[in-house]
Design a protein around this ligand. Structure first.
Ligand code: E4P
Length: 218
């Protein structure tokens, strides 16, 4: 399973990259707006840091302007993946961009049929938003399970990015279901490392080692 960071914060991305476990980054207009920097500059900075897929979202909603904006974003860096919303105009744009060799990530997916349409249009990635479904008392991970099955049934090469991840249980379920990627906030990445028995184990090993060294007269 690949791990992407879901952030536009360059410090978090740099720290994440140091761990050696981050394969890519996803951003969205909300995440970029928190940073107070020029969008295009930040996209390039992230691409140069990550050297892997970096999703940057279009802010137009009509077909023509989405395609124009997507071409501009894709020309910024070879690692840019253009994020396109799940709409009729969006899927027309995905098809056109597929024909031009531009990678796309279809965002704001809330059911498995939307993901199927995106795969048919030629999306490189689909992003089901599991946390936002959980927020309205609908089981977000259920649609991931369906998408995994549907893509396997038809041999779609579109990769599934489990998005809107709130906690490690989403990551565990995504891994068990065989989703290709999870995109997670930096805080969730840090939580994945933790287990109280690991901390207790390290403390005990260190104490025993100190005692042993004392016995040895060191
Ligand atoms: C995915 O690409 C989105 O940026 C993101 O996961 C949305 O998450 P949210 O529901 O926490 O805003």
């Amino acid at each position: 399973m690949k791990i992407f960071l879901d952030t536009a914060n360059i410090e978090d991305i740099r720290e994440g990259m140091k761990l050696g476990l981050v394969d890519g980054v996803t951003t969205n207009p909300t995440l970029v707006s928190r940073e107070g920097v020029k969008f295009e500059d930040r996209v390039v900075e992230i691409c140069e840091t990550v050297k892997g897929p970096v999703s940057a979202e279009v802010t137009s909603t009509d077909y023509e302007n989405m395609v124009l904006q997507a071409r501009e974003l894709a020309s910024l860096n070879e690692h840019v993946v253009v994020k396109i919303p799940m709409t009729r105009d969006g899927m027309r744009a995905v098809k056109t961009l597929y024909g031009e060799g531009i990678k796309t990530n279809v965002t704001l997916i809330f059911n498995s049929l939307q993901a199927t349409l995106a795969a048919k249009a030629g999306a490189t990635y689909v992003s089901p938003f599991v946390g936002r479904l959980d927020d309205i008392a609908s089981n977000g991970m259920e649609i991931v399970e369906e998408i995994v099955r549907i893509f396997a049934n038809y041999g779609y090469s579109t990769e599934i990015i489990v998005a809107s991840v709130r906690h490690p249980m989403h990551v565990l379920e995504a891994a068990l279901m065989g989703a290709d990627i999870v995109t997670i906030p930096y805080e969730v990445l840090l939580k994945l490392f933790n287990h109280p028995l690991t901390d207790i184990g390290i403390e005990r090993f260190m104490d025993d080692w100190k005692r042993y060294q004392k016995q040895q007269g060191k």
